[in-house]
Design a binder for this molecule. Structure first.
Ligand SMILES: Cc1ncc(C[n+]2csc(CCOP(=O)(O)OP(=O)(O)O)c2C)c(N)n1
Ligand SMILES: [Mg+2]
Length: 363
């Protein structure tokens, strides 16, 4: 993968696949659930996942470039956590519903919503889904619930979607992501309590990056997160959030459990986000952990590791590196063109003040 020194974390700059990390990464592919995922995905599924990881990265690189060049003031990026979003989305069925957090933005375009909607929302253009009012966009036509700001609140919302699937006897699941810190909110507890009592087809991915804003996770929370599924009497799975096929396998399995009537499922995914809460607090986020901690997570960079594993697969033809480079270039060119289109909208389609109060619901 191409490195963008001006925008990528400094630990990525001289990134090369670490033999120890890759040995474990490849060994995991032979585990039964991961093998099942590989069989199900086939060559085209693996290509799509790779392209999805690249899309997620370039989407974020674009936003960071816009922040650095003064186009927008800040952005909420998922740098380092791409696999936990992309792997999950590629394990879903057509009628499933996703409730992403704002840093799982890739879930919107991996579920078919045009990526330009993300850029238009950031740029507040009048032709975007929120017509320039907000960057918390979603579209139920694509099964994407808007990633609202209130952390944890999408758990009860997605439990509601899961309840509707159950009542209508539709073979779909609802999935949402929640941070380790946000698992402590009342909303998460209420959503999980309802989902557990009604055995709803709900998957909650606990995206555990060991930090909530400027607060490091208390070691006691480590055990508590592991025990979460038990405490609700649910099935709990764990996965390496940086291993895109491990994430895929866990979500695929969780989906089977849910569709069998044995949901909900909580998946604990360990990962790490470079760059902190958002682009404005990178320096503060760096002060929370040691340099070695950042280096350790950089070695497990999800796109590079998957690319390195793919480059050893004979199915990519006689020159896997050239095939991967072509896929990366195609995706990058596409994202750049979408970004250009969104920037043009900023001039062509400013928000219309007369429509600002439309689509607002209140009681
Ligand atoms: C209900 C609510 N409380 C507080 C906040 C402010 N806030 C935004 S992100 C965040 C920390 C979230 O940490 P975590 O859930 O671990 O997610 P991470 O950012 O680490 O992925 C907080 C407290 C909020 N957005 N919503
Ligand atoms: Mg966290």
């Amino acid at each position: 993968m191409k490195i963008y020194p001006a925008y990528d974390p400094p630990e990525y700059r001289d990134w090369v696949a670490d033999p120890d990390v890759m040995e474990k990464y490849s060994a995991r592919m032979k585990e039964s659930e991961l093998s099942k995922s590989l069989d199900q995905l086939g060559d085209s599924g693996l290509e799509n996942i790779y392209r999805g990881l690249i899309r997620a990265r370039i989407h974020d690189v674009t936003l960071k470039r816009w922040v650095r060049t003064g186009v927008i003031t800040k952005a909420w990026l998922g740098t380092g956590e791409e696999a936990v979003t992309v792997g999950a989305c590629h394990a879903l069925g057509a009628g499933d519903v996703v409730g992403p957090m704002i840093r799982n933005a890739a879930a919107t375009f991996e579920r078919g919503l045009p990526m330009g909607e993300s850029f238009r929302s950031y740029l507040a253009t009048g032709d975007g889904l929120t017509r320039g009012r907000d960057l918390h966009f979603g579209d139920l036509n694509h099964g994407v619930v808007a990633p609202i700001s209130h952390v944890g609140d999408l758990v009860p919302v997605c439990a509601g979607f899961a309840l509707s699937f159950q009542l209508r006897q539709e073979a779909n699941v609802a999935i949402t992501w929640v941070g380790d810190g946000s698992t402590r909110t009342g909303a998460v507890h209420e959503g999980l309590s309802l989902a557990s009592a009604r055995k709803l087809p709900l998957i909650v991915v606990v995206q555990d990056n060991a930090v909530a804003l400027g607060t490091r996770r208390d070691p006691r929370l480590d055990e508590s997160l592991r025990g979460m599924a038990d405490s609700y009497g649910l099935v709990g799975l764990e996965c390496d959030g940086n291993h895109v096929i491990d994430v895929h396998a866990s979500v695929r399995k969780a989906r089977e459990i849910c569709l069998n009537g044995d949901g909900p499922v909580i998946i604990l995914a360990r990962t790490f986000r470079f760059g902190g809460h958002a682009t404005h607090d990178e320096a503060e986020a760096r002060a929370i952990f040691s340099g070695e901690f950042f280096n350790e997570w950089a070695r497990k960079e999800p796109t590079g590791c998957f690319e390195s594993w793919l480059s050893d697969q004979s199915s990519l033809g006689p020159d896997p590196a050239a095939t991967l480079a072509r896929w990366e270039l195609e995706e990058t060119t596409q994202v750049e063109s979408i970004a250009e289109g969104a920037l043009a909208s900023r001039g062509d389609s400013p928000p219309d003040p007369s429509r600002m109060l439309g689509d607002v619901f209140a009681e």
